[in-house]
Design a protein around this ligand. Sequence first.
Ligand SMILES: [Zn+2]
Length: 637
Amino acid sequence: MNSQDFERDVRAKLAETRTRLDQFLQLPDSASFAEVLGAFDAIERPLNNVAFPPGLMSSVHPDEGVRDAADVLEQEISQFSTELSLSRPAYERLAALDPQDAADDEERRALEHALRDYRRSGVDKDEKTRARITALREELVRIGQDFDKNIVKDTRKVVFAEGSAALAGLPDDYVAAHPPAADGSVTITTDGPDFLPFITFAERGDLRKQLFLEYTNRAWPVNDKVLSQLLAARHELAQLLGYDNWAAYVTEDKMVRTPGAVQEFIEKVAALAKARMQEEYDDLLAFKRRTDPDADAIFEWERAYWVERLKAETLSFDSQSVRPYFAYENVLQGVLSTSAQLYGVTFRENLKADRWHESVRCFEIEDGGKLVARFFLDMHPREGKYKHAAQFDIRRGVKGETVPEAALVCNFPAPKEGDPGLMLHDQVTTFFHEFGHLLHHLFSTEHRFLRFAGIATEWDFVEVPSQMYEEWAWDHGVLAQFARHYKTGESIPSELVQRMRKAESYGRGLNVSVQMFYALLSLSLYDRDPATIDTTQFMLDLKAKMLPFPHTPGSHFQVSFGHLHGYSSNYYTYMWSLVIAKDMFSQFKRDLMHLPTAEAYRAKVLSQGGRRDASELVKDFLGREYAFAAYEDWLKE
Ligand SMILES: [Zn+2]
């Protein structure tokens, strides 16, 4: 596929979309409820039929020309979506419908959600208010970009005059990558690959502290003001839209519904983790006292270091030692065959499908001999490609029109001469995680309404199927099926999996507590009038309330906490999804390959997309409301 074909295809579909909007607006007054609703849902369907969506192409296409064209097309599509979401005539046509005329719950829900989204965009407000809303939204794009950029731009350097002695404790490849300069000094930056190993392994605590202070002062002081602007603009926007504050606005369409429920959730999880957190903290302190008898605290720049030291002494687990069992192709076949067995479907590679790069592979899913979905795997790094791991939608499954399609984009080691692409277990877990997202999209099929097709569920439910599928990567029975030593063919020993699990659970109480501190900070900055907030003092007070580590004077972590832009008040979502994932997984606990349970999970949850509220899907699957018991067990593991 070249750049011209790609552009022509997307532009033609976009033009058809505009035509459909016009047709919708010109529907005669006599049109029935179902006709109006159907025509509204059909507006964006042409875009569901582009060969490859611009959002994906801009992240993966090897040709820079195509990537640039994709960026432009993406903006054009987003411009259209904004126009549609602010179309007063479209809103009025829908608002004139009588919900009583809906033939069933799904029609009623489709109307309700469309109207809710219109209301949330402010389309029902008077002209002056709408102008201010538009201005604020534009301003927020700029402020948000500034906030992110200031963090990325501010890579700091610390020059250690101690030279190589500063690197004592660090792995050999790290030391080799940081040779001393002509004057004998060694420079370390605050970028992740530099910072994380240093804060974890460097023996000199005073140097770790120095680097930690630089790290927690990225974007300080410049982002102090930008953060205040971000909070203020969002607060004003929320109030114009009729909400008390930003958190009330952005939780409304989530499972959680209200800021109060987020607060309750955070407090509950923090309380559940507290005993373990304290125990782990005391262990670390006792361990530290063996070399520093007068120590009375573990400081922030010491946590990773002492956790690592204590873990090394008690567990003797090296994450590199499992790599020979995880050759890429074995893992791929393992993920496919585990999924095929669980859901009774067949995966067939399609060698003829059109692809954007020769290394990309296309697979089709057949169920009972029928094609039900198609996906692409773009799994290895290359120049100009997206750097993380994610699932990208290609098409959503609309009844009579399209089977769902999606792509997984990852950066796992590629097999090459003499090296079969040995993966870390972390990466194997990521593979299962992303495949969980993929199956959620691909099994959401045969939809009447485009708006409910695919992973069209509440945002705080999205990480349930993915985090749940990670469990399969931790089970010896599942791993033994495919994790074979690439030289000897020996299956991964159960004892090794046990140690791997132990190592993973280490420090869990502290980790959960730190996550809940982030979640509380994210919520608390957005659930009140920000005019009165001094973000530094605020962060400090919350930390004192949530964590045992004394604050490091002079640090300003909040201004480089990028999620305060992207997640805003909703950093709680991952943990929220995890609680539900643990409970739903408990249904598989005795047998991860229990087919009737998998079938029920697929039918009652995965296949449903956004047809019903996530809480109802969960209840339908569990036969009760979800509970915290399984999550509590996990916290004790
Ligand atoms: Zn995910």
